[in-house]
Design a protein around this ligand. Structure first.
Ligand code: ATP
Ligand code: MG
Length: 228
């Protein structure tokens, strides 16, 4: 579960990024976060990963109170969260398989397990035949699939994505969104930031709209989870 309790964040230059935000996201939900440029979407994302700390309020991810965590525990938190960005952020000198394997090497997974897990996620994202290619030899959509594979290979409970389709054409974007849906179907909570209203309409999921750092609307499709 993800919970924001009265979270506010003002950057050093005085920009109010989030202003008293409260929200709950239940396990297994698929939530879209939208809103105009500067609304606070990426700040919300960075609060989850502890890249940004709030001025007040608390952010909770499962058993972790992110805001009060000791630095030494941040790697444990990050293992719960798979992260995907607009610009893919792949390592250019590593192959597709090596990029994904790297996420497991840093947590000292056994080579045999790494091999199995990499093969499994490559199949899931449909890139088995590109395993030995370098990122530069792939299309944008394929690169984003690699980034998604890397994000989920550790089986995070939550997959968070900041404008994952921002650099992709509409058809490729739809494929990527379908992949997120597929991952959500396996039980992973998905929080996806998007500007794209076509995606919002296509997905027909819970939408949290931020405006000037506050929640402007939340259609609370998540309420269904309370009743279940
Ligand atoms: N590192 C920073 N230092 C100072 N101000 C910042 C910083 N990061 C963001 N801001 C400001 O905080 C506000 C919210 O920014 P944020 O990046 O969260 O918005 P966003 O909704 O992700 O926008 P976009 O759609 O353009 O990505 C903006 O006014 C922005 O200028
Ligand atoms: Mg942003």
């Amino acid at each position: 579960m993800i919970e924001f309790k009265n979270v506010s964040k003002v950057y050093e230059n005085g920009s109010v990024a989030l202003d008293d935000v409260c929200l709950n996201i239940h396990d297994g939900e698929f939530v879209l976060v939208c809103g105009h440029s500067g609304a606070g979407k990426s700040t919300l994302f960075k609060l989850l990963t502890h890249e940004v700390v709030p001025d007040s309020g608390s952010v909770i991810v499962d058993e972790y109170e992110v805001t009060k965590m000791r630095r030494s525990r941040i790697p444990k938190l990050r293992r719960k969260l798979g992260v995907v960005f607009q610009d893919f952020r792949l390592l250019p000198n590593k192959t597709v398989a090596e990029n994904i394997a790297f996420a497991l090497e840093v947590i000292e997974e056994k080579p045999k397990v790494i091999k199995e897990k990499v093969a499994h996620v490559l199949e899931l994202v449909g890139l088995t035949d590109k395993a030995n290619d370098l990122p530069e030899d792939l299309s944008g959509g394929e690169q984003q699939r690699v980034a998604i594979a890397r994000a989920i290979v550790n089986r995070p409970t939550v997959l968070i994505a900041d404008e994952p389709t921002g650099n992709l054409d509409p058809t490729t974007s739809k494929d990527i969104v379908d992949l997120f849906k597929h991952i959500n179907d396996f039980g992973t909570t998905v929080v996806m930031i998007t500007h794209n209203m076509d995606i919002v309409t296509y997905l027909n999921k819970r939408v949290i709209e931020l405006k000037d750092g506050r929640i402007q609307s939340d259609n609370m499709r998540g309420a269904e989870f309370n009743e279940a």
